[in-house]
Design a protein around this ligand. Structure first.
Ligand SMILES: [Zn+2]
Length: 357
């Protein structure tokens, strides 16, 4: 433990009781919030950037306001107003049980007991977060110092600060307020908000995968859309091989979604707005079996829903006199396309807006 680190935390302790700006709205406060300083590590992320698939979608102000009601005054002062609890007073400082430290406000897992160490500072200390995507960093110039503040990446709640004087293997010290955390022992059940998302998969082929992928990615509840090849015989096909039409694959988009946020039926509805399902082995200027309209289903439930929906759709005025040729078949191996095909529109512009009908 360096003297520098002790001094820094000591200053924070002295500062406790002050009112600071913060990343989320505290309904209890009425003062005007100053402009937020720049965020260091918060780039545009999909919910699945967390490798273990936690939902990192920022919480709405209404949701946060509801959660804030459960905080006691001390927790509010720390999480919302960026106060610091006095050194050696936090309830989790001497906790040596194995388990998970989650955000007190929103429940996102933040630190594991595996990374906890005794820094001697008087505050719970960790050498790495549970997942780097779960902890947001921000420059903090308060109190005449330049420090790195850490916040929950999902709710924006203040957690503490990080310093470059930690132990191996990272050399980083995450200095936490106990009041910003909630601890769950390994043998305790985690609440839903602290668990990974239970995702489902769906596969859709509707012509060039660039546009289909781009549009699915815009739907709330879709966590990831990946361009690839499916429905053919060749193993590990390349784009060049698929373009010959001889591998049997269709350009397909694998959609990973949160069924609590968007249903498979809803995905079907969007899919049939994203392309023209009456064209056989083509979509506009793209001609060939690799551009066929197809739904690859992972189970009987998806298959029944897809067939039922196509029947319903066929009876609507939109398809009067035009037959839907979309093929519904069980999903075989899906091969992700080459990296340059992924997020093509996002990388090159030309994103397709969601259809309005
Ligand atoms: Zn949080």
């Amino acid at each position: 433990m360096s003297r520098f680190g002790i001094v820094i935390c000591g200053v924070l302790s002295i500062a406790a009781g002050g009112m600071f700006s913060f990343g989320i709205d505290d309904p209890a406060r009425t003062t005007t919030q100053p402009t937020q300083p720049p965020v260091l590590n918060r780039e545009k992320r999909s919910a699945l950037d967390s490798p273990v698939q936690y939902d990192l979608t920022p919480l709405s102000p209404e949701r946060i306001a509801g959660l804030v009601h459960d905080l006691n005054p001390n927790e509010r002062a720390i999480i919302l107003n960026k106060n610091t609890e006095p050194a050696f007073c936090g309830l989790l400082l001497d906790n040596h049980e194995t388990g998970l430290y989650t955000c007190r406000l929103c429940g996102l897992p933040l630190f594991s007991s595996n990374a906890k160490f005794n820094s001697g500072t008087g505050w719970p200390s960790f050498f790495q977060p549970f997942d780097p995507a779960h902890v947001q960093e921000r420059i903090d110039t308060s109190h005449g110092m330049v420090r790195t503040e850490i916040l929950c990446a999902r709710c924006g709640g203040h957690l503490g600060h990080m310093f470059n004087d930690g132990p191996p293997p990272t050399g980083v010290r995450y200095c936490l307020n106990s009041a910003a955390l909630r601890f769950y022992r390994d043998d305790e059940d985690l609440p839903p908000e602290s668990r990974p998302i239970e995702t489902q998969i769906a596969y859709f082929a509707g012509g060039c995968f660039w546009g289909i992928e781009d549009r699915f990615q815009q739907l709330p509840g879709v966590l990831e859309a990946t361009s690839g090849y499916q429905g053919g015989k060749t193993r590990n096909p390349t784009y060049k091989q698929v373009c010959t039409g001889r591998t049997g694959h269709a350009e397909t988009v694998r959609v990973t979604f949160d069924p609590k946020s968007i249903t498979y039926r809803r995905l079907l509805e969007w899919f049939f707005r994203f392309h023209d399902p009456t064209q056989i082995n083509r979509q506009g200027p793209d001609v060939g079996s690799q551009y066929r309209s197809a739904i690859f289903t992972i189970d009987n439930q998806q298959r029944e829903q897809a067939i039922t929906y196509i029947k319903e759709l066929s009876d609507t005025p939109r398809f009067l006199g035009r037959r839907i040729v979309t093929i519904v078949e069980p999903a075989g191996p899906f091969y992700p396309a080459e990296a340059y095909h992924q997020d093509y529109h996002r990388k090159h512009g030309g994103s397709c807006p969601l259809p309005q009908y």
